[in-house]
Design a protein around this ligand. Sequence first.
Ligand code: ATP
Length: 457
Amino acid sequence: MSDAANEYQGKATMEKITSLAKRRGFVFQSSEIYGGQNGAWDYGPLGIELKNRIAQAWWKEMTQLHDDIVGLDAAILMHPRTWEASGHVENFTDPLVDCKKCKSRFRADQIPGENLSAKKCPDCGGELTDTRKFNLMFKTHIGPAEDTASIIYLRPETAQGIYVNYKNIIQSNRMKIPFGIAQIGKAFRNEIVTKNFIFRTCEFEQMEMQFFVKPGTDEQWFSEWKKRRWAYYEKLGVRMDYLRWHQHGPGELAHYAKDAYDIEYLFPMGWRELEGIHNRSDYDLGRHTQYSGKDLQYIDQDNSSERYIPFIIETSAGLTRNLLMILCDAYDEEKVADKGNDDDWRTVLRFHPAIAPVTVAVLPLMKKDGLAELAQDIRAELREDFAADYDQAGAIGRRYRRQDEAGTPFCVTVDYQSKDDNTVTLRYRDSMEQIRVNRTELAEHLRKEIKGYKRTK
Ligand code: ATP
């Protein structure tokens, strides 16, 4: 572990992140007034802005910057045969054990081997049940009759919506292999253990891209997508020594995968999967051919109408898990004074300005003497191009701290001098440095700062 990582481990904890997220309106527990709903979370005003920005950054990267990738928004409810074909009905299971004494429930693969073999609860020492397979798909019924014919599932991944539309998209958009389809959407898994805040939840969002390639070129595309996804996080401003690769060993590989790597992030509780990059071979389209009876072969018009079932390279990231990563990565506590009280420290979220929920906050030094009106005027101008906040409540130092905690990279302060010479103070979140900028140059200045941002702390 790097020195930076060690220091970080002492600073950000999941408790601090969870409490900041609640205090500042990033994330709330679902149905909190009823005691909360396990595995589900609500995104508050700052949280939804951050989530939207992360989704937009991914969408831009995966669709707008590529000629050969198009988007899709498929339904959550799909024909139940989809999940037989995908292998989820049969294989999407976790091994489950219960403690007969304290009633705790565990994933058998997540408790120490000696507890499992001795059938001894790791929490209370009570007797554990035999391991049984537990399917993670949420099952419900469609229509008024609750019989087996009406069973329908909430999708456990967005990928299958892409596979069943692959022919539609080839025909409607005249796509030629290699090409990709990207999708962002909700997925649901009946997870046995949901802990660590929003890391593993029953309702979450995924950002998936499925890239269809000619068999034989799959390994080359697989390594290309590994490179691209790694570069994406670098561009997003993530600290790269908090990321690493993990290759799935033979025992870990999913039933569909030929090869698989995870990008792992060093969360406060340790290294955990952030995104998976998978070579899914021709498994998916092969199975959908078999189960639907439809011919899903690709016909290569440019190559004597050669026919084949494409291989699929998948990049599968959690949007909500990315949001947690971004919060952990941005979190910092910095000593800024030495007076021996709480004000010596500030909590700051060092978001990249391109994804910060609020880009710029405009603050009048005083409410009186026309400063509030002038500040509102400047804010009205800025909000056309930036996520611009306005705050006039409390001492200016407190307001800066509030914006630091929300991760706002720039504050613009309007003071008496502003009335005279049309300049404002621009304060940088990271360095706390302040410079004077002419109002007419402010927007352009901010644009340059956002584009050229490099994290220094
Ligand atoms: P894990 O081993 O952590 O259960 P997985 O290998 O089953 O995850 P995938 O099916 O590859 O995960 O899902 C792709 C991505 O979706 C993961 O990398 C993760 O970011 C996200 N994801 C999966 N399950 C959850 C969940 N329960 N809550 C939040 N995000 C999830």
